[in-house]
Each structure stands twice: as C-alpha cells, then as structure tokens.
Design a protein around this ligand. Structure first.
Ligand code: PMT
Length: 397
C-alpha cells in the first residue's frame, strides 16, 4: 500500500516564483496515493495558472473566499473538514505573516484556521527576506503551534542571489507529508471506543454523572485514525468536539451505552472502554421534578450492566482494552479489574491527582496485562494516546 493511500491533501499555493513547481508537488503526492485539491492565493495565481493545477490535481482549483457558487459546492469549511493534511507550498512571506497572525483574509488562511488537520509549510522566497527577523519570528510562532516546517534549500535563486530560500525539492516535500501519517498499522482494522461520562437520571432535572471530559478517549480515537483505523465512537457526555472522521454514536446512560456497544461490536477488531460508566442507576426515576422537603431524601440505586465485561464474554470477542480509574491501592485494584472483567489489558490511571486524569490535558498511566506492566510517564493525553495505540499494535495485532 502506498503511504498516502486514501489521504486527502489540500495544497495551498501562494505568491512565490516557486509556484511553478506546484504541479510537480501535486504529482509527487498523487504518486504516493493521495487525492489532492488546490487552494490558489491571488499571489500564487500570478506565477501559475489555475488550469495547470486543475489539470494535474484533476479537481477544480479553489481560489476565492467570496465565490457564491464555490460556497454552494465546497466552501471553506467543507475544504477544512475534507483535508487530512494541509500543505502550504510554496509559502510566501506574506502567507506566513497571515497564518502566524491568524488572519482570515483569503480562502487559504480561512481554511487553515477552520481545520484541525495537521499543517505543513514549505517556505520559498528571496534569501534576504527569508533571513529577516520578521519572517523568522513568524516561522517560530507557527512552529510553536505544531505546524510542521519543511526547510527551504540553499542555492542560486531566481533573482540571481545565492542563499537559503529555494523551495525544497517536490519529492522531499511529498515524503515529509507522508511521514506525518507515519503509521498505517491499523489500516483495515475497526476500533470501537467508548468515551465521556454516562448520565443517570434522577428526575427530569437532576442526574448522577462524573468528571470525564472525553479528552482521553478522543486522544485514543485520533491516534487510531492516524494509524489508519476505521473508528466508531460511542460517547456519553463530552466537553470537547468529536472527530468528523469517525462514526459517532451518542449514548446517555450506561444502559444506552451498553445497547449501542452490543449493536456495533459485531465486526470490530479492537474495543477500548475509556468511558467513565456509572456502576449504578436510580431504581425509580421520578417523572416530575422532586420537590424540596425538609427531610432526608434516599435514592435507591441498582447496578448497571458491565459493558466491558459483557464484551469480553462474547464468543468472537475483539481485543478488549479497559481503563481503571483508581484513587487507592492502584495496581492491586487495576489487576483485579483486569482479571474480573476478563480483558486483554487494562490501563490504570490515578484519578485522585490534581495534575492529570479527569478533565486535564495530561495523563499518566500504567499499561497492565496478566504478564506485564508498563508505566507511561506523565504527558499530554494526545501523546499518551499514541503510545497506548502503539503498545496495543505491538502486543496484540
Ligand atoms: O475523559 P477524561 O476527562 O479525559 O478522563 C479520562 C478518564 C479518567 C475517564 C479515563 O482515562 C478512564 O479512566 N476511564 C475509565 C473510567 C471508569 O469508569 O473506570 P472504572 O475503573 O470505574 O471502570 C473500569 C472499566 O470498566 C472501564 O474501562 C469502564 O469503561 C468499564 N465499565 C465500567 C462500568 C460499567 N458499567 N461498564 C463498563 O464498561
């Protein structure tokens, strides 16, 4: 399989003499299996025609933020959602300034702002301009935002100067784009992830729930999608946006989540139970709001079905990975869950900590199987998610 098979790359071409190399970049990306769409800035159009980019990309070129027809067909938000990665090559000094300032002045800058896809920039300009403090500052701002930078080459320039600022080789640019999708190890695999907090109604107004934000589950989902998996998310209450590259199914209560998981588990290869599921629900949910009275109120709670344990009991069970949210006797409690629920691995996190766990952007976990224990030190949930997915692939697939 080619490294960019099924990947959708949006190429932004801005005003640099190197724009004449854009059709070659399109071809190199296509050679690696990508589908390419081009956004051409006004400056870019001074150096390369829309027609040559349309002919090579085999798609209509997008060049106008205010084009009513284009908005009806594929407007800036659709383009932003469509892209698996955005490559700006060549990136002129003006485009770098627009992007670093977060401007929404043309179609390309709008698409970059509206997308959560990774962005790569390949600058190309005169060596003096490239060496200027303003351009260097803009580049470092963009790199701090995790925008990947493809260094220009040193050599003779179109203007006759010699120095750093020539657009990187199109083959090298395409290679660097493919490297951001470094793993295709889950291509063809199906992964079902539960995430977020379940909600157990008390009456039409009140409910029992917990602190899960869905961040850990979404980090795992992104890591699986990056590795090429087809992902289904069954989510309770979450406080972050879900991916638009997964099949997202909403389930409020533990019972609804149990039902949604059982209906969708059939042909899954991996099940990751990251949701914080309520162990109990209210036995009798009041039809009307419970009135305040000056006496003790007792709620009778009954146990919910255990989703993870039930998936582990299936005849053709997928690889089952659970989480253990613990506050004491961490390892012992997690090992008991691993055994009692019958899963292949359990990921322990200490949810009593103030600096990671529930709601936070960071986590620290221990990946436990019957035979092994591997600590993943405190890091962003995104990085922890990637590491967990790597271990799952290494150990089970
Ligand atoms: O969402 P965040 O804010 O990013 O926080 C992440 C997290 C702390 C919620 C997450 O990392 C985590 O630990 N998720 C599991 C929370 C939990 O319910 O743990 P537990 O120890 O109570 O349950 C053990 C396992 O059984 C879990 O995989 C859980 O999904 C599953 N379970 C529990 C009860 C139930 N009825 N059905 C289940 O499937």
């Amino acid at each position: 399989m080619k490294r960019l098979t099924n990947k959708r790359i949006l190429l932004g071409v801005s005003g640099s003499i190197a724009a004449y190399k854009a059709p070659d970049i399109v071809r190199r990306l296509q050679d690696l299996g990508a589908e390419v769409r081009v956004v051409l800035t006004q400056g870019g159009a001074k150096f390369i025609t829309e027609l040559s980019l349309q002919a090579t990309s085999k798609n209509k070129v997008h060049d106008n933020l205010w084009d009513k027809e284009a908005e009806l067909a594929m407007g800036h938000i659709e383009l932003a959602k469509w892209a698996d990665a955005i490559l700006v090559a060549p990136a002129s000094a003006n485009t770098l300034a627009n992007l670093s300032a977060g401007k929404a002045s043309d179609l390309l800058s709008n698409v970059v702002l509206a997308s959560d896809a990774p962005v790569l920039i390949a600058p190309a300009m005169n060596q003096k301009m490239y060496g200027s403090l303003a351009v260097k500052d803009n580049l470092s701002i963009l790199q701090e935002r995790n925008i990947k930078f493809i260094s220009p080459e040193y050599g003779e320039q179109a203007c006759g100067d010699i120095g750093e600022g020539r657009l990187a080789d199109p083959g090298e640019i395409a290679k660097q784009v493919s490297e951001i999708f470094s793993s295709t190890k889950l291509t063809g695999k199906k992964v079902l992830i539960t995430l977020g907090a379940t909600i157990e109604a008390i009456d039409p107004v009140r409910y029992l729930s917990n602190h899960s934000s869905g961040k850990m589950g979404m980090a795992l989902a992104r890591a699986c999608i990056e590795a090429g998996a087809q992902v289904t998310l069954i989510h309770g209450d979450v406080s972050i946006p879900l991916s638009n590259k997964s099949n997202n199914i909403s389930a409020n209560s533990a019972s609804e989540m149990h039902q949604a998981v059982m209906e969708n588990i059939g042909n899954q290869d991996v099940f990751i139970a990251c949701a914080a599921v309520s162990d109990y629900r209210v036995k009798n949910i009041e039809k009307n709001k419970i009135k305040k009275e000056n006496k003790t109120l007792t709620l009778e709670l009954i146990p919910n079905k255990d989703i993870l344990a039930d998936v582990c009991k299936l005849n053709h069970k997928p690889i089952c990975i659970g989480f253990a949210a613990e506050t004491q006797n961490l390892i012992e409690n997690a090992q008991n869950k691993l055994k009692n629920k019958g899963c292949d691995a359990i990921i322990l996190n200490d949810v009593s900590r103030a600096d990671f766990g529930f709601k936070m952007n960071d986590n620290e976990v221990v990946f436990l199987t019957q035979k092994s224990s591997l600590k993943i030190q405190k890091n962003s949930k995104q990085k922890i998610g990637r590491k967990i997915v790597e271990i799952i692939i290494e150990k089970f697939l």
